[in-house]
Each structure stands twice: as C-alpha cells, then as structure tokens.
Write a protein that binds this ligand. Structure first.
Ligand SMILES: [Zn+2]
Length: 475
C-alpha cells in the first residue's frame, strides 16, 4: 500500500435554495405530495419556453466569488441529451463548454484543492419503485430544481481528505445560505473519481467513478475500499477497468455498474431556447456585498470577543445555526463560556449531528438562558438543569413550567437537608464504622445517598458540609 498514491477528484451537486425552479415558477419546497409542484415547463411539454431564474444565477455567483473562481462574463446553457424516465424532456439543461465559472480553490489544512469548474443545471425527477419491483412511479416535483455542480481537480490525496473537503465545503455553503446541504434529502450529492499510481509516477492511473454514497462517512469508506481494490489489482499485475461503480452501503463494497463502452454520448449542443447569460462587474460587486462573515472569520471573532478556546470556537462555528444560536444566548446572558459548554455538551447531544437553523433548535435561546440562571441562583442543581433541558427539548414547555410542574427547585433548607442526613446515617451503620476507622471515601458515598433521597434536588455542597459536621459529632 505504501508504494502507491491515491488520486481523487470530486463532483458535488447541491440544490440551490431558491423559492422557485431553475426555468419555471414552480415551488422547490421539499416533501410536498408527488407531482404537485409541476407545470408544462418542468414536465417537458412541447412548445413551452424556459426562463432563467435570476436568483439561482446569483447564488452560483456567490459561490464562485467565495472560492476565487474566474467568473465568465458571457456563458451559455447546453442540452445534455439522454433518455431516462425521470427526465421528461429527454435532455437536461446544463452547461458544458461555457460554464459559469472556472478555477478557484478551497483550502483544507493549508492545502489547496482546486476547482475545475462550477456550473448551473437543473435536477431530474425522482423514481419510486414499489416493493415488488414491478411498478415504478415518477415524481416531477424535483424536476427543474436548480443545481450547482462543482467539479474539483484530482487534488485530493486520501479518502480522509475527501471527507474533510466535503465537510468544509458544506460548512461554507451553509454560511453562504445557498443550500441546506442535506445529504439525506438529496440536496447535496457527491460522486468521486479515483485512481491509484506508483509513488513517483507522473501519469495518472486508470480511474473509476464511484456513485451512490449517501453520507460523508460513506464517501470516505467507499474511497478507502476502492483504492484498496485498485492497488490489489495492480499488485497482481492486472489492469484496472475504467468504469462506473456503485457503493453498496450494506456490504461496504463497490460494485461495477457500467463500463466505458456503455458510457453515454450526451450530444451536447447550446440550448436554443435560452438567451446567453451576460454577467457584468456591477452585478458581481452587488453579489459580493451579500456575502457575510465566513466560518474562519467567525471563529477568530468568537475567540477574540468571547474569550473562548480555539477548540470551542471551532465546534461552535461548525454549523451556522449553532453559531447563531450561541450568539443569541450570549446576548441574553453574558456568560459565553458557560453557554458554550452547555451547547457543546447538552444541545449538540440532543441535535445528534442534524443541521439546523437557529430557529429550528427546539430549545429557544431564552429557555437555555432561563435554565442557566436557575443554576446560577442556586435554585436547581446542574443535574436537574440537564434534565430540564431534555424535557424542554422534547415537550417545548418552558423551564419554569417544568420546574413548577415537577417540583424541581433545589433544596437549600439546612434543617430539611439535616433530616435527610440523619436518616442516611441511621441507615448506614457499616459505612459510619468504616468512616470511624478512617475511610474518608465513605463521605462521597453518603452524600450520594442523601442526593438519592432528595431525587438530586439537594445542594450537594450543603449536604457535604452538614454531613461532615454530623460525622464529627459522632466521634
Ligand atoms: Zn414547473
């Protein structure tokens, strides 16, 4: 393995966050009943004419600007001809010889991964197959949704690097608010070209294309499998077949789908129904102004303004929604470090890696702040706070409502705690004897017993102090 070098290029498709489709005014909303967002244009009826969605072009421009790509001042759409049941026109409107932008790069760990091109196209419909496999349905809601295709140069050197690249790319696109980048809903998709070669060789090896990867993790796994497979073939002295392979998630292998001989000839030609796209400097400048703070800038600002560590800042800015949420909380309660800890340990655990916008996080910033204040005022314990957080998250009730409903306020009454301490001492004769013999760790055990009796509501520090006083009096 060590004598070989892996060469990877990625092709990423993202659905753009426009209200309407690429060439008609149908809505792009996800999850609507099948075939409810359709019209003669996106179902390919004869005689209709497409119109370019200006906003889609602007979102593509935003992306090209951020990656320092060279934007074409004049470009055209092209017809990519092929037959498939999810493509009613029998061609897809895409860009071929004249993409919207060329070049540019994304830096990961100081290494530049270059883009070959960034272009606009339209999505196809979606086929749904019945369980028996005998009937197929087609949903054209997705047909005509604007897609941005980003193709990298073969600059990626390992499956891990591919995963990192995708994570960073997704983060930036989220910050640009051009796509929700949800791989599960298909708004971000990725195919990869991969080849291997002996170290020191200049020529690229024969590549395969890997498709059907549904998460960044499966991209990494598929590429690891495929590079190993290719290296083994070369080691046996055999040749790699140029082909498209599908990632089989269940078996964790790639399988041959079609070889080059069966590859499509798309017979591209300029789209005659659309005028060429002219992009002037004024328009680019206007779009540039729309670009707000990017993740790396935000990270530096967080460190500087809130005094949080590099690691914490990195976690918080990883998703725009989380970073927005953090700042909203800090506005309400000026204790950034505590808020950062709670978000990183409790909120992220609840969200379970899902990408959410600030408004979509089920625990409102005010509610998190309410919990933190209750703890600060010694009204509840930290553990109770964590329980309340889970409950607010699941029920949507406010922390105060939950505290009241469940009678969760912390017990600070010394007399009341004293009663519990007495009980515990009575019930744990053996432990008391151990303590008398000098076993100090018994104290923690006894504190734990009192906490159990009070269902975690007693203030542990008060419990400890009272307990020690009590024990001393027993000597
Ligand atoms: Zn339509």
């Amino acid at each position: 393995m060590e004598d070989y070098e892996i060469v990877i290029g990625l092709e990423v498709h993202v659905e753009l966050l426009t209200k309407t489709k690429m060439f008609c005014s149908c809505l792009t909303e996800f999850g609507a009943p099948p075939n409810t967002h359709v019209c003669p244009v996106c179902t390919g009826m004869p005689g209709v004419l497409p119109v370019i969605n200006k906003r889609a072009v602007e979102l593509a421009l935003k992306t090209a600007i951020v990656f320092n790509s060279e934007i074409s001042r004049f470009c055209r759409f092209a017809r990519k001809n092929y037959f498939y049941p999810d493509l009613p026109k029998n061609y897809q409107i895409s860009q071929y010889e004249e993409p919207l932008a060329k070049g540019g790069y994304l830096e990961i760990d100081g290494k530049r991964i270059r883009f070959k091109r960034i272009h606009l196209e339209e999505d196809a419909g979606k086929l749904l197959h019945s369980e028996t496999g005998f009937i197929s349905f087609v949903d054209f809601n997705r047909s005509g949704i604007p897609l941005l295709e980003m193709v990298t140069e073969p600059d990626i050197g390992s499956p891990e690097e591919a995963e990192k690249f995708l994570e960073k790319l997704k983060q930036i696109l989220e910050y640009l608010e051009i796509s929700d980048c949800n791989m599960e809903e298909g708004s971000l998709r990725c195919d990869a070209n991969i080849s291997v070669r002996k170290k020191g060789t200049k020529e690229l090896g024969v590549k395969t294309e890997v498709k059907n990867m549904n998460s960044f993790k499966s991209v990494r796994k598929a590429l690891a499998y495929e590079s190993k497979r290719q290296i083994e073939i070369l080691k046996r002295g055999e040749k790699i077949v140029q082909e498209t392979r599908l990632w089989n998630e269940k078996e964790e292998i790639t399988e041959s789908m079609r070889t080059k001989e069966e590859a499509h000839d798309y017979r591209y030609f300029p789209e005659p129904d659309l005028v060429p796209l002219e992009i002037n400097d004024g328009w680019i400048e206007e779009i540039r102004k729309e670009i707000k703070e990017m993740p790396d800038e935000r990270k530096e600002r967080f460190k500087k303004d809130y005094g949080i560590s590099d690691y914490d800042a990195n976690v918080l800015i990883s998703h725009k929604g989380i970073a927005d949420y953090f700042e909203e909380c800090v506005k309400l309660y000026n204790n950034p470090k505590v808020i950062a800890n709670w978000i990183m340990s409790e909120i992220l655990a609840q969200i379970k890696g899902k990408v959410l916008k600030k408004e979509e996080i089920p625990l409102k910033p005010e509610y998190l702040v309410d919990i933190l204040k209750l703890i600060e005022e010694n009204k509840i314990t930290v553990n109770t706070g964590k329980e309340i957080l889970k409950e607010v998250y699941n029920t949507g009730l406010s922390p105060c409502e939950i505290v009241e409903k469940k009678n969760l306020l912390q017990i600070q009454d010394i007399e009341l705690i004293g009663k519990f301490v007495e009980e515990v001492i009575r019930e744990n004769e053996k432990a008391i004897n151990d303590w008398k013999k000098g076993k100090q760790e018994v104290i923690s055990f006894l504190v734990g017993q009192v906490m159990r009796k009070t269902k975690g509501r007693a203030n542990p520090n008060i419990v400890r102090n009272i307990l020690i006083e009590y024990l001393k009096s027993l000597k």
